[in-house]
Design a protein around this ligand. Structure first.
Ligand SMILES: Cc1cc2nc3c(=O)[nH]c(=O)nc-3n(C[C@H](O)[C@H](O)[C@H](O)COP(=O)(O)OP(=O)(O)OC[C@H]3O[C@@H](n4cnc5c(N)ncnc54)[C@H](O)[C@@H]3O)c2cc1C
Length: 403
C-alpha cells in the first residue's frame, strides 16, 4: 500500500482527492491537510474561466484535451454565476472588445464540493500547515503543526505539493534554478467590490501607470457586485495595496471585503527534482503566463498526476510535453512585450506609434487579444519585431527632429 500526502486542499489538492475517490485505484492510502479549517472560505481569485471549446485549434491539441477534461470536472462540481460572450480590454485610453465565452464560477463551492464528495477516501487534517519536510531514504517525512501549536509528522511514499506558490516543498536546487532563471511571479491583490458604473462584461485594464507589467480587472459577479483586483510584478505589498486603492477610486468601485493578496507564478511550469514529490497547481507553475488563469490548469495538473499513477518521472515528462512547451512559448512572447507593459514612457510611445500605423494596428490588437486569451499568436515574433522597429524608428526620427 502506497501512502500519499496531499499538502493543500485548494483547487489542485481537492481535485486530486476527488479524482482518486472516483478512480479504481485501491493501493493508495491518502492523508490530506490544509492550513485552513475550511479551505473553501478563503478565495483570493477573479473566478473567471474561459469556455475551453473556444480554444480549439488555438492551443496545442494535448493541452486542449487536458483543459476540456478539467472543465468537465469544474462544471459538474460548482455553480455558474454568470456567462459572458465578450471581454473588454482597455489599453491606455483605447477600449477593445473581444468575442469569447467566459464563465464566472463559484470557486469556494467548487473546492467544498470536491472535498465533500471525497473526504471519506482520506484521513483529513484540516487546520494543519506543513512547515518543513525531510527526505529519508525511501520516503518523505513531513512536519505539520495545528493552529493551537500541536505538532505531528507524516511519513509518505509520495507527496502532492498543492500548497500554492512558493511551495514549502521546493528543494534548494529548485530555488537555485528559479532564482538563476529570474522566475517571474505576480503579486495579486483582490476583493469584492460594489460597482457604481455598469460593467456588463469582464473588463481588463492594461496600463503601466496602474499596474506595471501586469493588469487590473473588474469581473462582474452578480447584480452590482464584482471581483476586482490587480496583479503585477512587484515584491512590495504596501505598494500593491496603494495601486489597488487608486484603481478602485479611478474606476468608481467600492471595496466590500478586505483586500487579500497572493503570489502567482507566471513563468511556466516548475518540475520537481525529487522522485517522491509532485508539484501541482500554482506550486507547479500551472498558470497561463499571459493572463494569470490557473483554475482550469490546476485541475488539469491533478488529472495528469493521476494519469501518471503518481509517478513523478512520468508526471514530469507529461507536464513538460503538454503545458511545458505551450507555456514556454507564451512566456517567450510575453517577455518580448514586457518592456512596453512595465515602462510608462515606452507604453505611451507604443500607443502613439502603433495607433497611427494602419498596417501594424490590427496585428497588434490581434496579438494582444490572443495573449489575453492564452492563444499562441501565429507569426507573433515577426510582428513584435516590426512593432519594436516601428517604435525605435519614431524615437530615432524624433531625436533627429530635435537636433
Ligand atoms: C487575485 C487572484 C485572482 C485570480 N483570478 C483568477 C481567475 O479569474 N481565473 C483563473 O482561472 N485563475 C485565477 N487566479 C489563479 C488561480 O486562483 C490559481 O491559479 C489556483 O487557485 C491555483 O490552485 P492551487 O490549488 O494550486 O492553489 P490554491 O487554490 O491557492 O490552494 C492552495 C491551498 O494550500 C493551502 N496551503 C498553503 N500553504 C500551506 C501549508 N504550508 N500547509 C498546508 N496547506 C497550505 C491553502 O490554504 C490553500 O487551500 C487568480 C489568482 C489570484 C491570486
Amino acid at each position: 500500500m502506497r501512502k500519499l500526502l496531499i499538502a493543500g486542499l485548494g483547487i489542485a489538492g481537492s481535485a486530486l482527492l476527488y479524482l482518486i475517490k472516483r478512480s479504481s485505484i485501491s493501493d493508495i492510502q491518502v492523508t490530506a491537510c490544509d492550513v485552513r479549517f475550511s479551505p473553501w472560505s478563503h478565495v483570493v481569485c477573479g473566478e473567471l474561466v474561459p469556455e475551453v471549446t473556444c480554444l480549439k485549434g488555438k492551443v496545442p491539441h494535448n493541452v486542449y484535451r487536458s483543459l476540456l477534461e478539467s472543465q468537465n470536472i469544474i462544471m459538474s462540481n460548482t455553480k455558474i454565476l454568470k456567462t459572458f460572450n465578450r471581454m473588454m480590454i482597455q489599453i491606455g485610453e483605447v477600449e477593445l472588445g473581444f468575442s469569447f465565452k467566459f464563465y464566472m464560477i463559484d470557486k469556494g463551492l467548487l473546492i467544498r464540493t470536491l472535498i465533500e464528495r471525497s473526504e471519506d477516501r482520506c484521513e483529513m487534517m484540516l487546520g494543519y500547515s506543513v512547515y518543513r519536510f525531510e527526505r529519508l531514504k525511501d520516503r518523505v517525512r513531513v512536519y505539520v503543526r495545528s493552529r493551537d501549536g500541536a505538532r505531528a509528522q507524516i511519513d509518505a511514499d509520495v507527496v502532492a505539493a498543492c500548497d500554492s506558490f512558493p511551495s514549502v516543498f521546493y528543494t534548494s536546487d529548485i530555488w537555485r534554478l528559479l532564482s538563476n532563471y529570474e522566475y517571474r511571479y505576480l503579486t495579486c491583490i483582490s476583493c469584492t467590490a460594489e460597482m457604481f458604473e455598469t460593467y456588463t462584461d469582464p473588463y481588463i485594464v492594461i496600463d503601466p501607470k496602474i499596474c506595471p507589467g501586469g493588469y487590473a480587472w473588474v469581473f462582474p459577479k452578480a447584480g452590482d457586485l464584482a471581483n476586482v483586483g490587480i496583479g503585477f510584478l512587484t515584491d512590495n505589498l504596501a505598494y500593491a495595496r496603494t495601486c489597488l486603492e487608486e484603481f478602485l477610486r479611478r474606476f468608481n468601485l467600492k471595496a466590500l471585503s478586505r483586500p487579500l493578496s497572493k503570489t502567482l507564478p507566471v513563468d511556466g511550469v516548475i518540475v520537481s527534482r525529487d522522485s517522491r514529490v509532485l508539484y501541482l497547481g500554482d506550486a507547479g507553475g500551472f498558470v497561463v503566463p499571459t493572463n494569470g488563469a490557473g483554475i482550469n490548469p490546476a485541475v488539469a495538473s491533478a488529472v495528469l498526476a493521476l494519469d501518471s499513477d503518481l509517478d513523478v518521472r512520468r508526471f514530469n515528462s507529461r507536464v513538460l510535453s503538454t503545458f511545458g512547451s505551450y507555456f514556454a512559448r507564451l512566456v517567450e512572447i510575453r517577455k518580448m512585450l514586457d518592456k512596453y507593459l512595465s515602462d510608462p514612457l515606452l507604453f505611451e510611445k507604443l500607443k502613439r506609434d502603433v495607433a497611427r500605423n494602419r498596417i501594424v494596428l490590427p496585428f497588434f490588437r490581434r496579438i494582444l487579444r490572443d495573449l489575453m486569451l492564452g492563444h499562441v499568436p501565429p507569426m507573433c515574433r515577426i510582428f513584435i519585431s516590426c512593432i519594436d522597429s516601428l517604435v525605435a524608428s519614431f524615437k530615432f526620427s524624433s531625436i533627429r527632429e530635435v537636433k
